[in-house]
Design a protein around this ligand. Structure first.
Ligand code: CTP
Length: 403
């Protein structure tokens, strides 16, 4: 899922030949999961039809302060439209519109919407090379930058005039990528890599049976989403769960057993900055895995169990400056046990789940946690949806990383 998913985007189209690319831009934005409303300058309708843009955006397209086709002359509320957008893109932006934006002219709906908007504004200029190089255009762009608008530079190439130079509007896919990177770059975890474990592990007894636990993976997945939504690249190593991560910046690595999780974690630990081990890893596994299904016999059956490797502890031994977070699921002496684990496994933070708390633990959609850091500072939260708990934990990590 892109950072543009769910975003409300105002697309302003002005009268440049690149207006035909606005249709492709609308489609690209819709594909990313954004909602798009198009506002056109009157002359831009000579380059691309409102019907094309309204069909692709699945929204009405407006180009004047009143609805021309409406006998009652109903007003297109530019203020409401301006405030609707989470972000605004003006592509193509002609020299004429750039100049009007820079000078506060408001002689069409698009300019009214621009002046009313409070959201980030991206501008993709499009014009002939000499117009682009003219001091008047440079002055407009300089002014727009000083207003906090972001300019998506035009590229070099053949222009509608037949001349070759800088002035071609950036390609729609490049505009989308630019905006995605710009949004990501402003997020607090941009450039950070997280490794997160989730779910249970299954330890085979024979080809059809295993030792497992009730972990659903919901907490680990919620942590992965929280980190990704705040800009991190996430490597999510998960035991068998019925969940699928839907963020572009999450790479999922499915594993089954504790041994496989150990191998995967160590393979991916190197480049990561923060590791959160929330998986419910089996502490023991059958010493021998029967090659064939174990048949029922008279009397009882004993299975010898051997210890699995403690993944978290093994990371604590080699973590150096990486930030390491573990979970502790306790039923008695909760705080003491959690503090002991924090020290023993050389963690920066431990997330304590008490099974004595209502609304905490496996399978449920809520959790109640207490965070304990390496200075023994404690912070307890109320019962909350796991999504919010995950955000609390990730926000705490961000604060600690900057402390
Ligand atoms: N953990 C791990 N590898 C294991 C067992 C646990 O990485 N083989 C991690 C879990 O992902 C969790 C933390 O260790 O982050 C604590 O798990 P928990 O089961 O509460 O503690 P244990 O150390 O296994 O101790 P005990 O079960 O005795 O409480």
């Amino acid at each position: 899922m892109s950072v543009l998913s769910g975003k409300k985007i105002l697309l302003g189209v002005t009268a440049g030949i690149a207006a035909y690319k606005s249709a492709i831009l609308v489609r690209a934005l819709i594909k990313k999961g954004a909602e798009v409303k198009v506002v056109m300058t009157p002359s831009s309708k000579e380059f691309v039809t409102p019907l094309t843009l309204s069909t692709l955006s699945k929204n009405e397209v407006h180009s004047s302060f009143t609805q021309e086709e409406d006998e009652n002359g109903q007003w297109n509320n530019h203020v409401e439209l301006g405030l609707w957008g989470d972000l605004m893109i003006i592509a193509p932006a002609t020299a004429n519109t750039l100049s009007k934006m820079a000078n506060g002219t408001c002689d069409n709906l698009l300019l009214g919407v621009y002046l009313s908007s409070k959201c980030p504004v991206y501008v993709a200029p499009s014009m002939d090379l000499d117009m682009y190089q003219h001091p008047s255009t440079s002055t407009s762009l300089k002014k727009l930058k000083s207003f906090g608008n972001t300019i998506i530079k035009p590229s070099h190439g053949e222009l509608a005039s037949g001349l070759i130079g800088v002035g071609r509007m950036a390609e729609p896919d490049d505009i989308v990528a630019f905006i995605e990177n710009d949004i990501l770059g402003a997020l607090p975890l941009y450039g950070k890599r997280f490794l997160i474990t989730a779910g249970p592990t299954f330890e085979a007894i024979d080809p059809v049976r295993f030792i497992g636990n009730h972990s659903s993976g919901k907490m680990g997945f919620a942590l992965a989403y929280a980190a990704a939504d705040l800009g991190a690249e996430v490597c999510l190593i998960t035991g068998p769960v019925h969940l699928q991560a839907d963020r572009d910046s999450i790479t999922t690595i499915p594993v089954t057993s504790a041994e496989e999780m150990y191998e995967a974690v160590h393979e991916h630990f190197g480049p990561c900055d923060v590791a959160i081990l929330s998986a419910a890893v089996a502490d023991y596994r059958p010493k021998n895995v029967a090659e064939n299904k174990i048949k029922k016999k008279e009397g009882n059956l004993s299975i010898e169990l051997v210890k699995t490797k403690d993944i978290l502890q093994s990371l604590g031994a080699v973590k150096s400056t990486k930030y390491l977070v573990g979970f502790a699921l306790e039923t008695e002496n909760e705080i003491e046990n959690a503090k002991t684990k924090l020290k023993k496994k050389n963690l920066d933070l431990i997330v304590l789940n008490s099974l004595n708390d209502k609304g905490a633990g496996f399978r449920s959609d809520t959790n109640k946690v207490t965070l304990i850091d390496k200075d023994n500072k404690m912070l307890s939260f109320d019962v909350k949806p796991k999504k919010e708990v995950a955000m609390d934990i990730v926000q705490y990590i961000i604060k600690d990383l900057h402390a």
